[in-house]
Design a protein around this ligand. Sequence first.
Ligand SMILES: C[S@@+](CC[C@H](N)C(=O)[O-])C[C@H]1O[C@@H](n2cnc3c(N)ncnc32)[C@H](O)[C@@H]1O
Length: 273
Amino acid sequence: MSSYGKDQGMGPSTQRKEAGFDAVMKMALSVSKGLPHDIFWYLDCNSGSGLNETCEGSPLVFLRRALALSRWHIRAEFCDSNSEAILQLRSNVQRIQPWLDDWQLRYYICDNSDFLPRVAEKIRQTERNPEYAFGLLLSDANSQSQGYPRFALRDFATEFRRIDLLIHFNISMQAMVDGAKKSGQTGFKQWLTPRELMAELPRPYWWVRNPSAGGAGIQRFITLYGHSWDRGHKGRFADFYSTDSPAGEKILNCYTGFKDGENLLPGFGGGNT
Ligand SMILES: C[S@@+](CC[C@H](N)C(=O)[O-])C[C@H]1O[C@@H](n2cnc3c(N)ncnc32)[C@H](O)[C@@H]1O
């Protein structure tokens, strides 16, 4: 095995995670399809190599979905701080996509806090009305202390409000941090609860996905999806709930209250769907 791998966070919930990403990608790409000549920007802040142990990773999931929807006019910007991940990603992308031009795909080996201002500048140079640029940004950090570009993301999300936000969020780690804060420990100032994190990012519509299943030593995640205008979606999609709904509120209120192995939200689809 190559030296890259452990940071990709592979686990039993990876397939489910990618299916959740795919559902949001499909929605975001479909909404934009009525405007086929406009660019769809896809920013992957923690791209990984494109391949997990059991399934493809977010860059390939996105490209396959764009292909399935015949969405040609995309710009995909992939970032990972691990150079080997990006090296592998390039060849994995080349293998599956014969339809995009090279200039539509860009790879960055850097911290994603540097990546976001670079893509912002590219959008300003490319778009006639940059504030109307649309697309999707994915943040798939292992935790808030491992690759979540808090301030760069806040600035980017504030400037480009039509770019949707998809954020994978480690609730196991957050539960520990919340506990440590409650007991008076210091040093966790930069850690945000899901509600605090959403409040920093100007998107009026938010969805939260039912948490992934737990188990001994397994970290649990929720996925947050924010967008700027009402799409008319009601109810649940792919296990995502509006944060205003009873199920959405319950997920956001209760994430710290369940032990590993427990089904987090019985009656709301559990953690495995
Ligand atoms: C959970 S993995 C990403 C998995 C990928 N999105 C997928 O769906 O297969 C997290 C990735 O974040 C990368 N990473 C960690 N810190 C980073 C940073 N500061 N900037 C950019 N990437 C970072 C790691 O190298 C790792 O590849």
